[in-house]
Ligand binder design. Structure first.
Ligand code: AMP
Length: 213
């Protein structure tokens, strides 16, 4: 069983790569952002609680997120392994994830960081919004420059400290997310195809860990 984490700032391509891995390796993508938006769209009590938080770009509390993941991973479609996309986002979530995986007899196979610089993320967001509007769709409420800048700041402050957490465990692999989607996919595939993937070797990325300035 393979359990992967894709780490990186909003818009780095985690969702795209998770979907490719899902198809290739029979893993289940667990996108916490998608899960929260589904709760919101279904109008559940949880969805109502998190609606304003998601729109503002702030983080939902660790307790809610840990519960959500803990329950989701018990579903049969996660039995072959999962790709965490958008979780963990705080060191507390990372610690809780280690504990809950151990309690369920699972372990992490690899933690893959996608490194993309912030100007590129802003440009990608603008392209995405323009494409959605052109197609007659409504962009996400958190897809605007002001909210993205806030989300990037939260990434630097709350999420980036997870990188040394996994690096110290020898689990972190960094991939240059500025490359084409195909090249990113090939690098990730090479990482996860290594026999017994994880704990894996040290990061080989080109940008420094704090390079998201
Ligand atoms: P995403 O689709 O991953 O960019 O997530 C969209 C929004 O959902 C984030 O800006 C947060 O408000 C919330 N969210 C998603 N995952 C988490 C998480 N692991 N911890 C806290 N909030 C989250």
């Amino acid at each position: 069983m393979m359990n992967l984490i894709l780490l990186g700032p909003p818009g780095a391509g985690k969702g795209t790569q998770a979907k490719l891995l899902e198809a290739k390796f029979g893993l289940k993508q667990l996108s916490t952002g998608d899960m929260l938006r589904a709760e919101r769209d279904a109008g559940t009590p949880l969805g109502k609680k998190v609606d304003a938080i998601i729109n503002s770009g702030a983080l939902v509390t660790d307790d809610i997120m840990i519960d959500l993941i803990s329950n989701r991973i018990d579903q049969p479609d996660c039995s072959k392994g999962v790709i965490f996309d958008g979780f963990p986002r705080t060191v507390n979530q990372a610690i809780a994830l280690d504990k809950l995986l151990a309690a369920k007899g699972r372990s992490l196979s690899a933690v893959i960081e996608l490194q993309v610089d912030e100007n590129e993320l802003v440009n990608r967001m603008k392209t995405r919004v323009a494409d959605m509007i052109a197609a007659g769709n409504t962009p996400r409420a958190d897809d605007n420059e002001q909210t993205l800048r806030k989300r990037l700041q939260i990434f630097r402050n709350e999420t980036a400290p997870i990188l040394p957490y996994y690096q110290n465990k020898g689990m972190l692999q960094s991939v240059d997310g500025m490359m084409s989607m195909d090249d990113v996919e090939s690098e990730i595939t090479a990482i996860v195809s290594k026999p017994g993937a994880g704990p894996v070797s040290q990061p080989g990325g080109k940008l420094p860990v704090n390079g998201h300035s």
